[in-house]
Design a protein around this ligand. Structure first.
Ligand code: ADP
Length: 314
């Protein structure tokens, strides 16, 4: 059986960054130092998995000239591209970095897809499942696809004994964990857990209580709640684990949740022990925050930071 990971991004983008000293409204702004990169949470996940030398491919839906750009960028970094190609254009997401650290974003909604395209995607996805041992699903759904798409994907994966890690939010997360087939793991942050549980969480004891006792979490083997600089709290089976991380110098925290998902996927795919899976995930999360580039780690630093993470069973 294959041991490849498939990282899903349903609505990828070309992320355009415009650094402008001072943003002027209702007039022309000229920009010289433009960067354009293939973006999307699942693509960040795939890049970090690739950097850890674990076999990985990418899928989702893309199209048009923007889709071609994304596809080429993935090929350039040696990432296998197995997206469903559609006639509609994928989207651009623009971030204007201006006026001493302000960030103004313009985000396109992306293509509006049809019910037929959803069926095509499910067929495509189901065929890819034959080649993989684990799937990560990250981010939001494209317009036109039904909210239960992730639930359908999880069911298709369960039929083929393929594990699923789901990192989503809102309705697609609720639908994803409400079906009969469950993802192996979800990685909500504190805000998402509070939303799922339907109540405010005041402290870690509260969080622990919710993880152990709320019905919405029934049947999920792993729930890893990432807590930024405070590490993570995880429920695995009926056990709670507190994961502590060292204090580090943060350069750019964007994409650290995605890098954490990458670490979880790699650790689980390598059949690491529970504490080691959690340590791997915290290490990839931390290493991402130490880099300027989103969804990027320095693998040379892995062992040093892995050794600094501690896991305690509560
Ligand atoms: P998300 O981006 O999904 O909200 P978090 O902010 O919880 O996720 O970050 C995921 C992981 O990245 C954390 O568990 C931690 O390992 C690492 N991380 C994020 N922010 C920091 C920080 N300020 N200092 C150290 N590690 C961090």
């Amino acid at each position: 059986m294959s041991n490849k990971i498939l990282a899903i991004t349903m609505n990828p983008s070309v992320d355009i960054s415009y650094p402008i000293e001072h943003l002027k409204i209702d007039t022309v702004n000229r920009v010289s130092n433009v960067t354009k990169t293939a973006g999307g949470k699942g693509l960040n996940v795939a890049r970090v998995i690739h950097q850890l030398d674990e076999p990985v491919s990418t899928s989702g839906v893309l199209g048009g000239t923007i889709g071609t750009f994304i596809s080429q960028q993935l090929n350039t970094v040696g990432l296998q591209e197995q997206f469903l190609h559609i006639p509609q254009e994928s989207r651009n997401c623009i971030a204007i970095l201006h006026d001493n650290g302000q960030q103004t974003e313009v985000l396109e909604g992306g293509p509006v897809l049809t019910a037929t395209q959803q069926t095509e995607f499910m067929q495509h996805f189901t065929s890819l499942l034959d080649e993989v041992s684990l799937v990560t699903i990250s981010g939001s759904l494209p317009q036109g696809f039904t909210t239960d798409l992730y639930a359908q994907m999880i069911e298709a994966a369960a039929k083929k004994d393929v594990k699923v890690i789901l990192d989503s939010s809102g309705d697609s997360l609720v639908a994803g964990i409400s079906g009969e087939a469950k993802p192996l793991l979800i990685k909500p942050n504190q805000e998402e857990i509070a939303q799922l549980a339907g109540r405010e969480l005041t402290d870690l004891a509260d969080l622990q209580d919710v993880l152990l006792n709320e019905d919405v979490f029934n049947g999920l083997d792993w729930i890893v709640v990432s807590l930024g600089k405070d590490g993570a709290l995880a429920k695995v089976g009926q056990e709670i684990y507190r994961v502590a991380i060292p204090k580090i110098k943060v350069v750019n925290p964007v994409g650290s949740g995605d890098s954490t998902v990458a670490g979880l996927a790699v650790g689980i795919n390598r059949h690491e022990s529970i504490p080691d899976v959690l340590k791997t995930a915290m290490t990839t999360g931390m290493l991402n925050t130490m880099e300027k580039e989103t969804g990027h780690i320095d693998p040379e630093l892995f062992d040093e930071y892995f050794a600094k993470v501690s896991v305690e069973k509560l």
